[in-house]
Ligand binder design. Structure first.
Ligand SMILES: CC(C)(COP(=O)(O)OP(=O)(O)OC[C@H]1O[C@@H](n2cnc3c(N)ncnc32)[C@H](O)[C@@H]1OP(=O)(O)O)[C@@H](O)C(=O)NCCC(=O)NCCS
Length: 116
């Protein structure tokens, strides 16, 4: 299930976020986590089964009523089992009144989730 980020999940969240090609640099990664912790429009979710195995980072765009998926990542040991698609589906179910869109860093995968 999709759960909300809390500071106690910081290490696991940083580990998952670091799988994003854009977050390989430690300074950039720390900056990104900080934005999720401080900016109201930036919201981080984690996918929890027995353990936390996925991350979904979004931006609420108030002007357009859209939610932009900025970061999406699954623990390498749990890939190709539908977790990424389940996370997008759960987000859509949570915010049925919003349009869920991707940005240039997540489009390749998120566009595959049109039917999620
Ligand atoms: C992208 C990612 C989240 C997918 O998670 P997952 O749980 O393995 O995905 P699912 O099992 O739900 O879906 C698998 C499908 O996604 C596709 N896929 C995996 N990574 C992809 C990528 N970077 N770009 C486009 N498609 C991708 C697979 O080819 C597969 O396609 P199919 O359904 O046609 O067979 C995971 O590979 C990951 O964490 N990658 C590193 C982080 C990253 O690059 N994020 C940005 C992706 S654009």
């Amino acid at each position: 299930m999709l759960i909300r980020y809390k500071k106690t999940f910081e290490k696991i969240a940083m580990g998952l976020l670091s799988f994003m090609p854009t977050e390989k640099d430690l300074k950039k990664l720390q900056q990104t986590i900080k934005e999720y912790e401080t900016e109201e429009a930036w919201q981080l979710f984690l996918w929890k089964e027995e353990d936390i195995i996925g991350l979904l980072g979004v931006l609420f765009q108030n002007e357009t009523n859209a939610i932009v998926i900025q970061h999406i990542s699954v623990n390498p040991s749990h890939r190709f089992q539908g977790i990424g698609k389940k996370m997008v589906k759960a987000l859509k179910e949570m915010y049925t009144d919003k349009e869920i869109i991707s940005n240039e860093n997540t489009a390749a995968f998120v566009e595959k989730c049109d039917v999620c």
